[in-house]
Design a protein around this ligand. Sequence first.
Ligand code: MEV
Length: 440
Amino acid sequence: MNQPVEGFSKRSKEEKIKWLAEQYTPQPEQTISLLKQYWSSDAQLQQLHDEFIENTLTNFYLPLGVAPNFLINGNLYAIPMAIEESSVVAAASKAAKFWLERGGFHAQVLGTEKIGQVHFLFFGDPRELSEFIEEIRPILRSDAQALTRNMEKRGGGITRIELRDKTSDIKGYYQLHCTFETLDAMGANFINSCLEQFASTLLREAAIYPKFSSMDPPLEVLMSILSNYVPDCLVRAEVSCPVAELGEESGISGADFARRMVQAVAIADCEPHRAVTHNKGIMNGVDAVVLATGNDFRAVEAGVHAYAARSGRYRSLSQAEVRDGRFRFWMDIPLALGTVGGLTGLHPLVGLAHEILQKPSAGELMQIVAVAGLAQNFAALRSLVTVGIQKGHMKMHLLNILNQLSATQKEKENLIEHFKTNTVTHNAVVKALEDHRAQK
Ligand code: MEV
């Protein structure tokens, strides 16, 4: 039986690997050499990666690809994407090319408000609490000055501090609901530091406030943390063109294609099972760029899905219409992103991704990411309402299947040729490779 381990984080990397390999894998020597195979030969680069997290053993590679030809607000971008799913970059590139010939993508930032909350318990008179918060509001701000000074110099900082009464949900539960402008930073550390300062000011001032000082129980702060639900940190991405310019799609007229696209979006809007998959397709594009640019994809995912459910039902993020002979396809999506701080200045490939994107501001990155999501959604729906998803998906997956079957380079070339005119399925590839090997 495996035993718990003491002081693991203090062991050297070699010791950690050896312990793990011996405790949990059947062939420790192979495990050790596999893990080491992924080390960088550049010791400094490896150390940088080792120091990102605790207990680093090795690096976990994801492909970094690029989808070129994205025309966004008149500027041409090549968008870096970090993702393992075979067809995503190809689909993005295809959608980019389609819209390049039809005026490109348009995007605009609709809001940049970030949110954080101090959650606390108070069992006294709510009106007195409200008066108290009014009185200490300037102190809350001035105590946070050391933290906010630099951000304020650049035009950002704390925008509002509101008292929210949540006692109808939980007895005695109130919040300081605070909003922030964090400019080009994602702002998590800035917001959390401000909130923790608010919490200590709140406690200190409550303890000396005459009406509360002998209150039992006293005002109690539970926690202070930013919210990843940022419905007012919002960006819109859209494409549109005359229906006549959509052209024929796999034997379907432009008008029929537009009608089927609009129907497909309407289904995702009213049917949660479909909405989740529809939005997952959007996140294929969003996450890949968020990851490549060193942003927090878990924060983005959590916020986006909460936004998709803001009406009380989980719905499509994107919308489509045909009006006055024009097809329009668009999406509003909350994205709290940063182009300074965090991994952006640390991970060399993240730095390169920002360079490729022409060193965007946070607002510009929001636009690029939203466009990548919309493009992905367009590409998926375009396949779904015409030839089906598997044709393109399996074509891109062919190499993975051939690699699983240990095909040689020559065999891969022959089979790629064969599948230019045949449908790719796992069984079909197995059979074709067997036939090919038998012929030799
Ligand atoms: C696959 O990763 C994404 C799709 O399922 C999205 C969709 O169904 O719209 C193709």
